[in-house]
Design a protein around this ligand. Structure first.
Ligand code: ATP
Length: 588
């Protein structure tokens, strides 16, 4: 049961909801009132009422039992409400884990989103929710009902309680001893079912090839192997059902037999007829159904819970922030050490086997605090380069290293803390401004957010929105305002490499200059895919991509060396800036 942390995850969910569990316990206590009083009140009704010839007395005692039953029924309704408060957040946690895992797989450099797996896991998540609720209900029901019945038996006569408790305990021990084997067989049954489904799908999808190759016998044998495996697992599970019946027989029926056999002896010892009847009622309406529900619940839904949750945890293990252990590769926290901040080696990439390569054997090195602008005509490959550097698409050849780590090998969760890519279409979500800004750095305090707002010239926007706590409606923001929020968020991110892919194109030139200056001041490296020539002028170096051989240099060097760059500069309209920089570049 503990494989893949089922026990740990379950205990954690229960510990996190102690208050709700206490409420559930409180209502369960009230619910078990009839189980506690039934035998005792029947004993009084018989001894002091019916057997004593006082009919009204007998009926009055039964009337009290009726009231207890009504109170118990009212409490049952409340237990379901408390149950929801425990189960629903647990379901949300499991759902979040599945979504996180699916996103991680979808954004992995070589990953493909597996929507079928997500659908399957969503179904399994519902099973976990339902069976978790069932598990809680049967365990709690057993503890309270059996506990109440035993207390009632004790009140009648301790010796009767002992006679009933001994076989009950023995039945429980038999069941609990067989439980691990039941989990193992249930697991084997589910796995065999999955494998059978997989091999059947493969066989059906490829039936033409199978026929063409004459491989029917081999494929049939493969499918049959899993059919046999599932059948064998089911037979073993059925044998386990016999153990369940045995434990029910020992724990549920034996106490009744013992009490009936011992009845004459008990009466000799002074037990009244009413007390004997009461004891039988405690066993038959309290202990026996409680044990029955527990055994059936744990043996059915409980097993499904353990195996299904285990499957989810195996497919989508808990993410780094849930696990106490350290990530496999740590992102650099300060300026990079001896490795260059970014090192692109021999990169070759094309969008398809027959497509023209966007980049071919391309290399580039950026030091910490380097500020590179990338320019080039539409379709030259600027965004593709940014995606390759961010590890979002895998190259056909070559590598990208960030602080010495190969992006293709870094865990996506760790990679997310090593670089941030801000695209042209800024993503702002419904929530407060602070929520949006903290998205990549959840621990940033308010003062840090305020500093970021000022550094990037976003103070007027924040004021207009109503401050950090104000709600943000993305649809009511302009494209530039969304870009500004995304820029502040990226600036706050702990990632040492920032890639701005025309991320400021909707800002006015002055604000764009403020934003870029703020990023340039920030520690780490900055790559700006330039929308205006002014962005190139602010950079230390400029990379020109035009489908031919990429050229890197300063603005002045490129004016001399790159016809594409000269043409771009000529087309951009920041004439004053260009001429001033060009003038300063002229000798003399
Ligand atoms: P722009 O300045 O217009 O954004 P860019 O320089 O960023 O262009 P990229 O978007 O990197 O250029 O595109 C480079 C080349 O790859 C283009 O020829 C483009 O048509 C092609 N391309 C881009 N994305 C894909 C894709 N998903 N599938 C196939 N080809 C693509």
């Amino acid at each position: 049961m503990s494989r893949f942390g089922v026990r740990r995850v379950t205990w954690r969910a229960l510990r996190a909801r102690r208050r709700e569990l206490a409420a559930l316990g409180g209502w369960s206590l009230v619910e078990s009132l009839p189980a506690l009083l039934a035998g005792y009140l029947v004993a009084r009704a018989v001894d002091e009422g019916f057997l004593a010839g006082r009919l009204v007395n007998g009926l009055a005692w039964l009337g009290v039992l009726g009231v207890a039953v009504l109170v118990g029924a009212a409490a049952t309704g409340r237990t379901y409400r408390s149950l929801g408060a425990v189960v629903e957040p647990f379901r949300d946690e499991v759902a979040a884990q599945v979504v996180r895992g699916a996103l991680r797989d979808a954004t992995r450099a070589d990953g493909r989103p597996d929507s079928a797996a997500v659908t399957r896991l969503t179904h399994q998540m519902e099973i976990v929710r339902d069976t978790f609720a069932g598990l809680l209900m049967v365990t709690r029901g057993f503890l309270f009902s059996a506990g109440a019945a035993l207390l009632g038996l004790l009140a009648l006569a301790p010796v009767v309680a002992a006679l009933a408790a001994a076989p009950l305990l023995a039945g429980l021990v038999v069941f609990l001893a067989a439980l691990p084997a039941m989990v193992t067989h249930q697991r084997a049954y589910v796995r065999a079912g999955e494998q059978l489904g997989q091999s059947a799908v493969t066989a059906l999808a490829g039936h033409r090839d199978v026929l063409a190759c004459g491989a029917q016998a081999r494929v049939t044998a493969d499918v049959e192997r899993w059919v046999s495996a599932q059948a064998a697992a089911e037979r073993r599970l059925a044998r386990m059902a016999a153990i369940r019946s045995l434990s029910l027989g020992i724990g549920g029926w034996l106490p009744l037999l013992v009490l009936m056999v011992a009845a004459p002896w008990l009466v000799e010892r002074g037990l009244t007829a009413g007390a004997v009847l009461g004891a039988l009622i405690y066993v038959s309406t309290g202990l026996q159904p409680a044990l029955h529900t527990l055994v059936q619940g744990l043996g059915g839904g409980g097993l499904r819970y353990a195996v299904t949750l285990e499957n989810i945890l195996r497919t989508y293990p808990e993410s780094d922030h849930q696990r106490p252990s350290a990530p496999a590769v740590r992102p650099p926290t300060g300026p990079a050490g001896r490795s260059p901040a970014v090192e692109v080696r021999g990169l070759t990439f094309s969008y398809g086997p027959r497509a023209r390569p966007v980049l071919q054997n391309f290399s580039l090195t950026l030091a910490d605090r380097d500020h590179l602008a990338v320019v080039g005509p539409s379709g030259a490959g600027k965004s593709t380069l940014a995606a390759l550097m961010a590890g979002l698409v895998p190259p056909q050849a070559g590598t990208v290293h960030l602080a010495g780590a190969t992006v293709a090998e870094v865990d996506p969760a760790v990679l997310a803390r090593m670089r941030v890519l801000v695209p042209q279409e800024a993503y702002v979500f419904t929530g407060t401004l602070a929520d949006n800004l903290r998205y990549l750095r959840p621990d940033a305090d308010e003062q840090t957010l305020e500093v970021a707002l000022d550094a990037l010239g976003a103070r007027p926007l924040a004021t207009r929105l109503g401050g950090l706590g104000a709600p943000v409606a993305p649809a009511l923001l302009s494209a530039g305002e969304r870009q500004l929020i995304a820029a502040v968020r990226a600036w706050l991110a702990p990632a040492p490499l920032v890639l701005l892919d025309e991320a400021t194109c909707h800002l006015d030139p002055a604000l764009e200059a403020t934003v870029e200056a703020a990023f340039a001041q920030r520690s780490g490296s900055l790559v700006v895919i330039a929308h205006r020539i002014s962005s190139a002028l602010r950079a230390d170096r400029v990379l020109v991509l035009d489908g031919g051989e990429p050229v890197v240099g300063t603005h002045e060097q490129l004016l001399a060396r790159s016809a594409t760059y000269r043409a771009l500069v000529g087309c951009w309209d920041d004439d004053s800036v260009v001429s001033s920089r060009a003038a300063s570049a002229r000798p003399g």
